[in-house]
Design a protein around this ligand. Sequence first.
Ligand SMILES: [Zn+2]
Length: 354
Amino acid sequence: MGFLPFDLDASVTDTPKPTVEWEESNCLLCDGRRWSILVEAPDPAPGCGGFWFAVVQCQDCGLCFTNPRPSPRSIVQFYPDEYLPHHNRPHPGRSWWRSLWPRRRASRARRTVAWHGEGRLLDFGCGGGGFLERMSRAGWQVTGLDLSEAAVERVRSELGLSALAGSLPHPALPEQAFDVITMWQALEHVHRPLDVLRAAHRLLAPGGKLVVEVPNIDSLPFRWFGRGWFGLDLPRHLTHFVPATLTRMLERAGFQPDPVTTLRHSNWLRASARLACRLKGSGLWRGWLRSKVGSGLASWVAHLTGRSDCIRVTAVKAQPGPAAQAEVGRTAGAEAPVRSSRVRRPPGGRFRST
Ligand SMILES: [Zn+2]
């Protein structure tokens, strides 16, 4: 599939383009090679070279993913120092990220999980460590993990908490070392999400829980805003989940997922409206959604119809037993075919960006 970077606008045209190492990927869920383009969108961050990226949808299993994409070595340059999730406290000075990012992006509800087991918690993609800090105060034995060495260093020095740089699998983390693993808006950032989930499965004690929260591309906000949808965030978001593909990937990693729930974020809607206005120009509808009243009402419509743009699922590592072990062994095999009953139709009108 061809790919060319396009200029977003004249001001970006003058920005020197960084050297990027590109890679094409097979489907990250079923390893298929048949896909169709769902949407093309620019990197919304200024100073990132004015590249455009494509999100494709696998025609076999329905997974959406960014393809081609910067290699793991190249993706780092798309995370500038002021990238807000890497900071526990607001970055000094006025930053574009602060102007775009919802002020309360993290809902208060998601920031707690019920006590489980011996209270050993790993936060994958811990960023600035805000969640780690809250859970530590609640008595949990916490460890953070993040690709950003700067963010990890801040967690250690500013919060005094344990944190490691890197991804999963990680050589310093032994098997069955945790009772809960959380992935708040993190799984969509990794190049090999299935491998990350399988590593998380090994890290959990029997009966341990994994909590995953990601943007939902099969949402009304994506339909409304298209390439201006805040949840795309290309190229930092590499996998674009919907409830069915998230569930299926968890099952393939050996987990038993609960039903997926949707979360309502009116501030996400306002952020999308601001971005869409910048990319497409402000219209009556997008302008109205920038208001608190408009975004509040629209977010309720999306939530009550089950098409909100944020989804969360809790998945359990089954207690050891003959049946569970057989299931884990089966689903851990990378070559296990996706069952036809789980196959999602290729994108139709409902799922096509405007
Ligand atoms: Zn697939």
